[in-house]
Design a protein around this ligand. Sequence first.
Ligand code: CA
Ligand code: CA
Length: 171
Amino acid sequence: MKSPKSKEAPLSPVCPPERSCKMAMKDLLKPEDIKAALDAFKDADTFDHKKFFNMVGLKAKSAEDVKKAFKILDVDNSGFIEEEELMHVLKGFSSDGRELTVKETKALLAAGDKDGDGKIGVDEFEALIKPPLKPGSLHSHILDWGQHCSGGREPSGGNLKSNLLTFAHSC
Ligand SMILES: [Ca+2]
Ligand SMILES: [Ca+2]
């Protein structure tokens, strides 16, 4: 006798053959880029989502592809990336990716969760990967870029032009 069908099937990441499979990150991104990015952040508490999304090539992808990536990471299809899914975000890129630490998960959630509901919606995910350029904040972008170039050195005040020149020299 076969076991009765009343038992609910466990949630499985492997899709049944009769359904169309979800995409995988390797369909969107280059496997070597994924590997390099996972290697770069393989140690606990080193995860930097900005660098990671840039390294895997997601930042350079179209909004449509970013939405596809969101669907891959939204394992339970709830329409949101919840904290538990965030913790496993690297496994969404590659099955041998590590789990994020609690600290990294909280930091990533805090970075992305603009409306404070404790989960990442598709718009929040898009903004996390492709931070929108806000009009009128050119100076702040230059400062961000400059700090990146000068190894985190704070600008010593000054106007847009002088900061731009200082940072252009250090880049
Ligand atoms: Ca979800
Ligand atoms: Ca949210």
